[in-house]
Design a binder for this molecule. Structure first.
Ligand SMILES: O=C(O)C1=C[C@@H](OP(=O)(O)O)[C@@H](O)[C@H](O)C1
Ligand SMILES: C=C(OP(=O)(O)O)C(=O)O
Length: 407
C-alpha cells in the first residue's frame, strides 16, 4: 500500500491554486459533442480519469466499455450506446458493479431499448443491444437514487425520433446536476421545458457551439476547508466563476459560516479568513459531494453541526457514511446518526500526534482529510486515488507549501 505523509502546517501565505476542470461539465459536453453533427469548439476538458476514460472510449469505440469507477461515464455511455444503436458491454470496477443502474435501464427499456444484465439484476455489467424503434416518449423516473440516470436520459432526448417527456417521481436529489445538464444542452441549441416534475425535450438537433469547461468546485472545496482549518493565510483559486453551472459552488455559503470570506475576481476567487459564524445544520441533498469536506471541517473546527440529505452517499465510490465514521474516529470525532437520515458531527476533543487515513478507493476521502494537516501530521493511504477527479491534487498541495513525502 502506497503511503503519503503530509507534514503539519497552519499558515498559508498568499498562494494561487490552479484547480482542475470540472469532470461533471466535461463528461456532459463530451456526450453532447458525440451527438452533435458538425464541429464544436470545446476547451479546458478535465484531466480527471473519469473524463479521460470517457474520451478514450468514445474515440476507440471498443466492444466493451470499461468505465473503471466513473459513475457518470457508466450512466451517460449506457444511454449514448443505446440511442446510437450500438451493441456494447458496459462494465467497470467491482465497486461500479455494486452501484445500481436499474432505474436507468428501466427508463431505456421503456422507450424500446433492449438491454440485458450479465450478472446481477439491476447492476452492471450490462449488454446493450441498441434501440431499433422508439415505442413511447412518456417515461416516469425516480429522482431519489441518482440524478445521473435523469441526466443520461435528457442528453439523448433530442436524438429520439419522438423526443421525451420525463416525469420525475418522488424526492429529486442532486437537482443542480440536472440543471447543469439542461443548461449545457441549451448552450448547444436545445430547447426544453421543465414544469413542476415534468421535463419535455422535443426531437431536435444539437447545434455546433463553443464551450469552455469551468474549474471544478468540488475540487475547490478542499482548499476552502484547508484555509478554514488553518491559523492564517489567503488562497486564490483560479478559474472559478460566480455564476457557475455547478451546484457545489454552494461551498461559498457553507464556508462563509465556517470562517471563509470569498471575493470573486476576474479570473477566480480570493479566500480570506473571517470569524466563524457557525454551521448549525446543512442539507446536502443537492450537493452530496461536499458532505465529506464539510464533515471533516466541522470536526476540526469544533462545530457540532447537523447534516441531512446524505442518503446517496452510501452508493457512491464507497459507502461514504461508513468511511467518514471510521476515519473521523481516528482523531476522536464522530458522525453520529441521531435519527434516521439525520447525522450530527461530534468534533474532536483530543488530536493524536499523527493520523493515518484509509481512503476506501474514494478520491474524496483522501482530499477531504488533507486539511487535518493544519492540526497534526497526516498519512494518506493510497494517495493516487485522487486521480479519479483531481490528478494534480498533491502537486497543488506542494504549491501551497505543504511538504509531502512518500513512505
Ligand atoms: O451528474 C454528475 O456529474 C454527478 C452527480 C452526482 O451524483 P448523484 O446524482 O448520483 O447524486 C454527484 O455525486 C457526482 O459526483 C457527479
Ligand atoms: C460520486 C462521484 O462520482 P461518480 O458518481 O460519477 O462516480 C464523485 O465524484 O464524488
Amino acid at each position: 500500500m502506497e503511503l503519503l505523509q503530509l507534514s503539519q502546517k497552519s499558515d498559508f501565505e498568499t498562494v494561487q491554486i490552479p484547480l482542475p476542470s470540472s469532470k461533471s461539465e466535461s463528461n456532459r459536453v463530451l456526450i453532447i459533442d458525440a451527438l452533435t453533427e458538425g464541429e464544436n469548439q470545446i476547451s479546458n476538458l478535465a484531466e480527471a480519469r473519469d473524463t479521460q476514460t470517457m474520451i478514450n472510449l468514445l474515440k476507440t469505440n471498443p466492444p466493451v466499455f470499461d468505465v473503471l469507477d466513473a459513475g457518470t461515464t457508466m450512466r451517460f455511455l449506457t444511454a449514448y450506446g443505446t440511442v446510437t444503436n450500438q451493441k456494447k458491454v458496459m462494465t467497470g470496477t467491482p465497486r461500479m458493479c455494486e452501484r445500481p443502474i436499474g432505474i436507468l435501464v428501466d427508463a431505456l427499456r421503456a422507450i424500446g431499448a433492449e438491454i440485458h444484465y450479465l450478472n446481477i439484476e439491476g447492476y452492471p455489467p450490462l449488454a446493450i443491444h441498441g434501440l431499433n424503434e422508439q415505442t413511447t416518449n412518456q417515461v416516469k423516473i425516480r429522482g431519489d437514487v441518482s440524478s445521473q440516470y435523469i441526466s443520461a436520459m435528457l442528453m439523448i432526448a433530442p436524438i429520439l425520433p419522438m423526443g421525451l417527456e420525463l416525469e420525475l417521481e418522488g424526492k429529486v436529489g442532486s437537482r443542480t446536476y440536472i440543471e447543469m445538464t439542461l443548461e449545457l444542452m441549451r448552450n448547444f441549441g436545445i430547447a426544453y421545458t421543465w414544469e413542476e416534475n415534468r421535463i419535455t425535450v422535443k426531437h431536435q438537433s444539437y447545434q455546433p457551439s463553443t464551450f469552455s469547461v469551468e474549474s471544478d468546485w468540488s475540487g475547490a472545496s478542499y482548499w476552502f476547508s484547508l484555509l478554514a482549518c488553518a491559523d492564517s493565510g489567503t488562497l486564490f483559486l483560479k478559474g472559478l466563476k460566480k455564476d457557475s453551472l455547478q451546484g457545489d459552488s454552494a461551498i461559498v455559503e457553507i464556508m462563509d459560516r465556517l470562517g471563509i470570506r470569498s471575493t470573486f475576481e476576474k479570473d477566480g476567487v480570493l479566500l480570506e479568513k473571517q470569524a466563524v459564524k457557525g454551521l448549525e445544520t446543512y442539507d446536502f441533498t443537492h450537493c452530496p459531494d461536499l458532505a465529506q469536506t464539510v464533515a471533516v471541517t466541522c470536526a476540526i473546527l469544533g462545530q457540532n453541526s447537523i447534516f441531512t440529505g446524505l442518503e446517496s452517499l452510501r452508493i457512491k465510490e464507497t459507502d461514504r457514511i461508513f468511511a467518514l465514521q471510521e476515519e473521523l474516529a481516528r482523531f476522536n470525532a464522530q458522525l453520529k446518526e441521531i435519527e434516521p437520515d439525520v447525522f450530527q458531527v461530534i468534533p474532536s476533543v483530543t488530536m493524536p500526534h499523527e493520523v493515518k487515513i484509509h481512503t476506501y478507493d474514494d478520491h474524496r476521502m483522501a482530499m477531504a482529510f488533507m486539511p487535518l494537516l493544519t492540526k497534526t501530521q497526516v498519512i494518506i493511504e493510497d494517495p493516487s486515488v485522487v486521480n479519479k477527479s483531481y490528478p494534480s491534487f498533491w502537486k497543488h498541495c506542494q504549491l501551497a507549501g505543504i511538504t509531502t513525502q512518500q513512505l
